[in-house]
Design a protein around this ligand. Structure first.
Ligand code: AMP
Length: 223
């Protein structure tokens, strides 16, 4: 697979497995458009829209927002980006079997499909501390960690100078709920992609650089 052929690529992994961090790098190097429904919904919440209000309590509880809300929001964006000749990196979509079916149909209608799915694998025990110390930039999406990747000035984004925030769902109760949602609703999708030979396993309990090197190799078609 050459990088030219990889028009739609998806990142899968439990919360805290590093999808967002890897997405930042992939976007920078390969020029993909990063589509994360989590980021889109957090932006709706920040802007106080009806959709944001509907999603806020669901997200805070670590549950999944209904497919009927997510599907048109994300599939519409994917089609727009592809129509404009851009490549798409999916981070957090699809997350349920009905979402996977909806997306497949939407892509098939325009003669497209997902090229490769990166499955970030990491033991659940390693995830809690990653998530509880996480700091996010609400403006540019950069991700930090209180211990393992602190910003140069406490609480301020190195990249754009914005005040960093903790996600309201990065607390222990929500994290456990999000992990259950991942295991029960999202992992079954991977069997579907595996049957199509599209899953690339990536050991994610390593440095972001090592994880990224594996992803790059596959994206460049060298593996
Ligand atoms: P994330 O930023 O990907 O960790 O997503 C944060 C939260 O947004 C999730 O826990 C869900 O409440 C919601 N969300 C994100 N993506 C989806 C999706 N594909 N389907 C349903 N809910 C989602």
């Amino acid at each position: 697979m050459s990088s030219d052929a990889a028009k739609v690529v998806a990142l899968f992994g439990p919360p805290g497995s590093g999808k967002g961090t890897q997405a930042e790098r992939i976007v920078e190097e390969f020029g993909y458009t990063h589509l994360s429904p989590g980021n889109m919904l957090r932006e709706e919440i920040r802007q106080g829209t009806d959709l944001g209000r509907e999603a806020e309590s669901i997200m805070k509880a670590g549950k999944l927002v209904p497919d009927s809300v997510i599907n048109p929001m994300v599939a519409g964006r994917i089609r727009q980006e592809l129509a404009a000749g851009r490549r798409v990196l999916l981070d957090g979509y699809p997350r349920t079997i009905p979402q996977a079916e909806y997306m497949e149909t939407a892509l098939r209608e325009i003669g497209s499909e997902v090229s490769v799915v990166f499955r970030l694998e990491i033991a659940i025990e390693a995830l809690l501390s990653r998530l509880l110390g996480r700091l996010n930039c609400p403006k540019c999406g950069a991700i930090y960690h209180e211990q393992s990747k602190p910003p140069a000035a406490a609480g301020i984004c190195d990249a754009c100078g914005t005040e960093l925030v903790k996600r309201s769902d990065d607390n222990e109760a929500s994290v456990r709920q999000r992990m259950d949602a991942y295991r029960q609703q999202t992992e079954p999708i991977l069997d579907r992609f595996a049957a199509q030979g599209k899953v690339a396993l990536v050991e994610a309990d390593r440095s972001p650089e090592a994880v990224y090197a594996d992803i790059c190799r596959r994206l460049r078609g060298a593996a």
